[in-house]
Design a protein around this ligand. Structure first.
Ligand SMILES: [Zn+2]
Length: 172
C-alpha cells in the first residue's frame, strides 16, 4: 500500500467514535487482512501484519480481549514470517502486558519467552537486546510484573543492587 493509505487508515481509527464508524473501520482492516495474509510478497505480508496489529488495538479498545489476542498473535506470526523479528518481539511484549492484565500470567510468560527468541533471531544471543529481554522475563517470573526491568538498579526479587545499598534499606 502507499504511505498515504497507511496514514488515511490510521486517521480512520482516530476518527471513529460511534459504533457504526468503528464497524466500518473494522471491516476495512479485515478486508486488508483477507486479501494480504496469504500473499507471497514482503509488502503483502507487511500489510497483513500491520493490519492485524491495528485490529488488535481496535479490539482492545472495544473490550474484546480474545479477538485482540488473536489479532496480535496473527500479527506476530506474520511479522516473524516476513523476517521482521524485532516487530514480532515488540508485539509479544504488548500482548504479554494485555494477558498479564487479565491475570493470565502463564500465557504472558510464554509471550515474554517468545520476545527473547525473536530478539535472539534478530540480534544474536550475546546482544544487549536479548540480555534486556531475559531480565524482563526473570523479573516477571519472580513478581508477575512487566516493568522494563533492564533499567532497574535495585530489585530485591532479582537480587539487583547496583548501588550496593543492600536489601535491608527498604523498611528503614
Ligand atoms: Zn527485578
Amino acid at each position: 500500500m502507499q504511505t498515504e493509505t497507511y496514514i488515511l487508515l490510521h486517521r480512520m481509527i482516530d476518527a471513529a467514535t460511534t459504533e457504526h464508524d468503528v464497524k466500518i473501520v473494522l471491516r476495512r482492516f479485515h478486508e486488508i487482512v483477507d486479501t494480504k495474509r496469504d500473499g507471497t510478497t514482503k509488502e503483502d505480508l507487511f500489510d497483513a501484519a500491520w493490519a492485524f496489529c491495528c485490529l488488535g488495538g481496535l479490539y482492545t479498545s472495544l473490550g474484546e480481549p480474545l479477538l485482540a489476542e488473536w489479532s496480535y498473535l496473527e500479527s506476530i506470526r506474520l511479522f516473524d514470517k516476513n523476517d521482521m523479528a524485532t516487530n514480532a518481539a515488540t508485539l509479544s511484549v504488548s500482548l504479554a502486558k494485555l494477558l498479564a492484565a487479565q491475570g493470565r500470567l502463564v500465557d504472558a510468560e510464554t509471550q515474554l519467552k517468545q520476545n527473547v527468541e525473536y530478539l535472539m533471531k534478530q540480534w544474536g544471543i550475546n546482544s544487549n537486546q536479548v540480555y534486556s529481554a531475559e531480565e524482563e522475563l526473570k523479573h516477571f517470573q519472580r513478581t508477575g510484573e512487566i516493568i522494563n526491568a533492564c533499567q532497574h538498579v535495585w530489585c530485591r526479587a532479582c537480587d539487583v543492587d547496583d548501588y550496593g545499598v543492600g536489601f535491608d534499606a527498604e523498611g528503614r
